[in-house]
Design a protein around this ligand. Sequence first.
Ligand code: T4K
Length: 369
Amino acid sequence: MDSVKPPIYVTKPFLPELSELIPYLKQIWASRNLTNSGPYHQEFEQELARYLGVQHVSVCANATLALLIALQALRIDGEVITTPFSFVATSHTLIWNRARPVFVDIDPHTLNLDPEKIEEAITPETTAILPVHVYGTPCNVDRIAEIAAQRNLKVIYDAAHAFGVKYCDRNIVAYGDLSILSFHATKVFNTFEGGAIISGSPEMKLHIDHLKNFGFVDEVTVIEAGINGKMNEFQAALGLLQLQHIGDAIAHRKRVHDHYRRILNNCTGISMLKPLPSVENNYSYFPIFVNESYRLSRDELYSRLRDNGIFARRYFYPLISDFPMYRHLPSSARTNLKVAHHTASQVLCLPISSMLTEQDVDRICDLIV
Ligand code: T4K
C-alpha cells in the first residue's frame, strides 16, 4: 500500500508563497542591482544580526565558502582539532587552507567534540579548534572557551545546523572567535544556497567582507588575496522574506519532533538524544539510534523505510576520517574515535521539515515500531 503513497524525503525546504516574493523580484528587476553588496544584501545582514542578537554578520554564497573565508580571516594553519562526525565540508575547508585536521572523538550525549579529549590532542602545531554543533545541539562552549584561552587557540564554530539555536538565552553563534551558518536548501532556514559568518568586532567584519570580495577595498585597491564568496540579491531578498516565517517554521518542526518522541519513546532498541538544559532547539534533524536489541540492523531499517518511500539518511556515516583523503592520518585510527564509530553505525536521521504532517510521522513510525 505504502508504495503508492508519495515519497517522504529526509527534509523538504520551506518556501514562502510565490506571491510574497514577487515584490522583491520586481525591485531587483527595476534596479538591476543583482549582486556585489546591493541593498537587499545590506538589509539582510542587518536583519539577521537583529534576529540572532549579534553585532556583525557577513552573508556569503554558501557555508563552505563561509568556512574557507573564516579560516583565512584568522590565518589558520598548522593543526586544527575537529570532529569526524560531520559533513565533509568541515574538514575539506581545512585542507583547502593547507591546515591539517586532527580528529578527536565525540561525546556520546551531545555527539559533538568531547572537550575532555581535546587537550591531549593539542601539540605545538595546534592553532585552532573547529567544533560542529551537530544537529543543532550546542557544543560544550564554556569548556571549549576555557581550553582555547589556556592554550591560546582560536575557535571557529561550524554552526551550519544551528540556525536559531540558543544556549543560556544567547544565540549559539555568539560563541567562539567566529561562527558560520548554512542557509542551504536542506537547512531550517534557507536561501536556496547561502551562509554567513558571525564575527565579534567591526574590524573583523570588515576583514571578512574584503576577503569575500576578492580583497577589494575600493575600485583600485586590493589588500589581500580574497575570493568570490558574495551572496547575490535574489538570495538576500529570499532571506529577508524567510526571516518573517522562521518562527512558524521552527514551531512546526517542534510539533513534528514531539510527535516522533511520543511514538518512539517506548520502542525497544531505538534511542533518541536527550534534551539538554538551557538549550532552545531548532529541531533541524531527528536522529534515532538503532541498537543491538532492535529486531533489524540500522541498515536493514534504512532499507525497509526506503522500500516504502521513506528516504531517511545516515548522517554522518561514513565518518569523515574514513574517506580516502583522511584515512591515513594518525588521528583517524578507529581506536581514537570509538564513540564516533559506534554512533555512525547506529544513527538514522528520520524526515523532519516544516512540510511534514503528524500523519506522515505516523506513517513513518508504523514502519519502525
Ligand atoms: N558544515 C556542516 C556541518 C554541514 O552539514 C554542511 C552541509 C556544511 C558545513 C556546508 O554547508 P553548505 O556549503 O552546503 O551551505 C546535504 C546538503 O547538501 C548539505 O548542505 C548539508 N550540510 C548536508 C548535511 O546535507 P546531501 O547530499 O545529503 O543532500 P541531498 O541533495 O541528498 O538532499 C537531501 C534531501 O533533501 C533530498 O533527498 C531531498 C531534499 N531536497 C534537497 C535539495 C537540495 C529537496 O527537497 N530540495 C532540494 O533542493 O547533503
